[in-house]
Design a protein around this ligand. Sequence first.
Ligand SMILES: Nc1nc2c(ncn2[C@@H]2O[C@H](COP(=O)(O)OP(=O)(O)O)[C@@H](O)[C@H]2O)c(=O)[nH]1
Ligand SMILES: [Mg+2]
Length: 364
Amino acid sequence: MSGLDIPLPAGPKMGRKRQGAIMDTATLAEAVIAGDRRALARAITKVESTRATDRAQADALLEAVARSGREAIRIGLSGTPGVGKSTFIESFGLMLTGQGLRVAVLAVDPSSARTGGSILGDKTRMERLSRDRAAFIRPSPSQSHLGGVARRTREAVALCEGAGYDIVLIETVGVGQSETVVAELSDVFLLLLAPAGGDELQGVKRGIMEAADLIVVNKADGDLKATATRTCADYAGALRLLRRRPQDPADFPKAMTVSALEVAGLDQVWAEITALVAWRRAQGHWQARRADQARHWFHEELRHVLLGRLAAPEARAQRLALAEQVAQGQITAARAARDLIAQLWPEFLDVDHPESLDATRDSA
Ligand SMILES: Nc1nc2c(ncn2[C@@H]2O[C@H](COP(=O)(O)OP(=O)(O)O)[C@@H](O)[C@H]2O)c(=O)[nH]1
Ligand SMILES: [Mg+2]
């Protein structure tokens, strides 16, 4: 992990009271809101913890920080490895801090548990940004499962927001599901693409195209410039074929070209983002989207808590015993499932329950 943002025992400048576990939740929340980077890092570690005692503190912390009422622009950024995400974040982040804005960078990358993290692996490409006092860079939480990573990243985003960061960039490696997850974490979703032949357009899944607010074709420089321009036109055409979304002004979603390496076109990207954000705020879409996301994540938490209950040691023993009986044909799978649920939650079977939890279907 980076030496910069890691919660270490308090340094010499910190008073005794603020050290280690002695620092209580309210004090930690105050320090986060006051912009103390160490406190922010510790708060994020707290929400990433899987211990039940930490969870209660994390919830108190998040509620306290939310009362700051601060709101950042949350920008999701997705793209396949090598497309230039790290280079883009470095250039774009520095451009923003150069304008006096504070920028936090987080990652949703379930594979980081194995590889050491997309952000950390690319530290050299974000060297200047990681040294910038107006920037805060945090690697992906070390959980191997995308859902877990995303739930904790969402809370880290909220903490960065409470700490006064104006922009929170949430990076994910574009390898399938994670893009849709990042769209649920962000106000604006950027899909970064590389210049390519027309047939590669097929390679971008429709769901990802539909989630994108801006398609940014990177590497529009040198020999690649002409190809990038053509690729951009192809995607602009593809975007026009998609069903219009109510949360978009007439000319969105858009495709554009940039060069992260040569820092070209990034100011236009920022101008498009701020225009989109202003429009969505004025139309009420901004708050509606955040409210929808909150509902979505509530359902995700619920699912997680219920499944977690089934994984707890007592439940596990019962579950394995029942699985054996099912395996030997002594009892049906459905009866075994209902028996287990009835033991854990006696009232549960009195009500009809749908096949699955579905946030969109349940919401008003
Ligand atoms: N020509 C050119 N190369 C770029 C640009 N942005 C990134 N690259 C190069 O593409 C490679 C992958 O970049 P990186 O930022 O690590 O991509 P990531 O895997 O998506 O984070 C590196 O060799 C970069 O130098 C760009 O705008 N133009
Ligand atoms: Mg990278």
